[in-house]
Design a protein around this ligand. Structure first.
Ligand code: APR
Length: 237
């Protein structure tokens, strides 16, 4: 198999686990006695915006305290050194791929470090707290800013671009995702339907979609990704 010239890498919470990023499902899926589904929905924001803003403010404030790990760095190295295209699609809202050196990362579930105005639609980079009293830097409305996060029940971002890349790739790698949340969980099936790409799963345990993958490597992403990247770069020479 290979050399590969057009690789799509899908990542999920598992790629950031070794960095110590607290996931949605820490503490049995509870955050301060609230079910996560009760803070990560448009309905929750309408019902209790202060609570939802605080949830994301805490997660945003955590970002400077965590560092990219060997999996993020290996993915960035592949992007830089492969004679070809490497598209990184992530379900994560942290910025560890970028801080590990990756470029053009497609954040299908949005980003913690961005807010969006519900009035004028403008997006802004954001590293501090955001409250209902914070005016939109573009139109001045307050309240108006919300985390630029795709909540349960909302449409993920950049789907046209992602499907275009999935259909064009010759290798699809899924790293650190449980394969439970669609549409990302369906990407491997789409790649197999087109039929001209090899598929690899890298995950701590077999994911819900494990049977779709032609090759599986089970263990820690920080340990498995550097040697996988070495192999791909060697094949590509
Ligand atoms: N290395 C590799 N895989 C790991 C590691 C690790 N160090 N640690 C955990 N994992 C695996 C787990 O075994 C699990 O299968 O990562 C997967 C993480 O699964 P989820 O927590 O379900 O995360 P993810 O698939 O990214 O969730 C998708 O669901 O919560 C919503 O919108 C949120 O983007 C998120 C989406």
């Amino acid at each position: 198999m290979g050399p590969y010239r057009d690789i799509v890498i899908l990542t999920g919470a598992g790629v950031s686990a070794e960095s110590g990023v607290r996931t949605f499902r820490d503490n049995d899926g509870l955050w301060e006695e609230h079910r996560v589904e009760d803070v990560a929905t448009p309905e929750a924001f309408a019902r209790d915006p202060k609570l939802v803003q605080r949830f994301y403010n805490l997660r945003r404030a955590q970002l400077p305290t965590v560092q990219p790990n060997d999996a993020h760095k290996a993915i960035a190295r592949l992007q830089k050194e492969l004679d070809g295209r490497v598209t990184v699609v992530t379900q994560n809202v942290d910025n560890l791929h970028e801080r590990g050196g990756a470029e053009g990362v497609i954040h299908m579930h949005g980003e913690l470090c961005r807010v969006r105005c519900v009035h004028c639609g403008m997006r802004h980079d954001w590293t501090t707290d955001c409250t209902q009293a914070t005016p939109c830097p573009s139109c001045g409305a307050a309240p108006g800013l919300r985390p630029d996060i795709v909540w349960f029940g909302e449409m993920p971002y950049h789907m046209d671009l992602i499907y275009t890349r999935l259909r064009a790739c010759d290798l699809f790698i899924s790293v650190g995702t449980s394969g439970n949340v669609y549409p990302a969980a369906g990407f491997v099936a789409e790649v197999r339907r087109i039929g001209h790409a090899h598929t690899i799963e890298v995950n701590l345990e077999p994911s819900a979609g494990v049977s779709y993958f032609e090759e599986c490597r089970h263990g820690m992403a920080g340990e498995l990704m550097p040697p996988l990247v070495d192999e791909l770069l060697k094949k590509g020479q």
